[in-house]
Ligand binder design. Sequence first.
Ligand code: DOR
Ligand code: ZN
Ligand code: ZN
Length: 422
Amino acid sequence: MKLLIKNGILITPQGETKADLLIKDGKIAAISKNIEEDCKVINAQGKHVLPGLVDIHVHFREPGFEGKEDIESGSKAAVKGGVTQVCCMPNTNPVCDNAVVATYIRARAAEVNLCKVNPIGAITKGEQGETLADIGRMKSAGVVALSDDGKSVMNSYVMRLAMEYANGFGLKCLCHCEDKNLADGGAVNEGFNSTVAGLKGIPRAAEDIMISREIALSESLDIPVHICHVSTYSGVEIIRSAKARGVKVTAETCPHYFILTDGIITSYNTFTKVNPPVREQRDVDEIIRGLQDGTLDCIVTDHAPHSLKDKQVEYNSAAFGISGIETSLALSYTYLVKTGKLTLCELVQRMCARPAQILNLTGGELKEGAPADIAVVDFDKSYVIDGSAFVSKGKNTPFNGYEVYGVVEYTLVDGEIKYCNK
Ligand code: DOR
Ligand code: ZN
Ligand code: ZN
């Protein structure tokens, strides 16, 4: 099987280049000018050709919460968003804390056969924070990392054991940083707007304390650690200074943390409810600086689809989470590249190459010999976000009505067209 992408603007590790890209047997066979080949041709004139996005933090909800999302609907949403590879958090039912669930997820993903789906195993049994999960067997079943996402492992001794044990199997812990006692059932960022809205706040310190603890453990044990969805200016500063000391810490953020501020909560729109919560302008500014200087290695979605019945309730009772996988590229392009904060090459680094490197995954770069995981995107074309039109079962986006640039025309996985909107 061959496929030729002609006349696109390619984003390669060397930079932007106008060239053709030839795919053979699922791999990138050649990148050069004026390739002629007798095969199917995609005309990418005026379009950008990027590596497919690698989203290392999503919730596809299967098994157990298929009403919110399943591997098929999540994968369809992914390829529509230009995403070719995801890593699924284990807060399913049953929790992915054993080899059987991890194997099931891989098998379902293979049947669906759209994007690449990697399971993340839980750190502790049932994500209860007490007993380590079956880490060795999960590694054999193909988990690519460990996380108790949704909460922190509150017991520091258990977390230390987890890091040591995980490291022995070559797995990294991905840490949702939230001191449960300090967050104390809050719903939004603690500050002026939580007071105006009459909603209970979650202080930055609830996040920063756990970021600091994970860094302290990582530094003293000399074991790599990854910090999930950084939302605070102070968290960025803690990570920056740890990196300067040589700590093996990597970190991610999400589009909602560099676009939204907590002024939006006074609308009481529960689609804005997410954990950690969106914060203030000062946080947005520092997160963007963190993306610019590499303190924040990557952009993920924390794609957290929920059913309307879990969101159409009073703010305090609504589920936390934003359905983000269909809009992450266009939102990031619009708010980071169009505004001159990052170049397109830097954005691709943050959404493709870095996340793949952090978890040792293939893909994320356009180079000869790499898997042909590719997105063809028209960044001149804009559209208005409408969550009700998402292919994800989760229609919960706070970005309804936002005009964004970047329409995915084709998504290819291992050289096969998995999405085409033409
Ligand atoms: O907003 C969130 N939603 N944050 C989390 O940590 C978990 C996630 C979910 O599973 O819905
Ligand atoms: Zn989380
Ligand atoms: Zn999450």
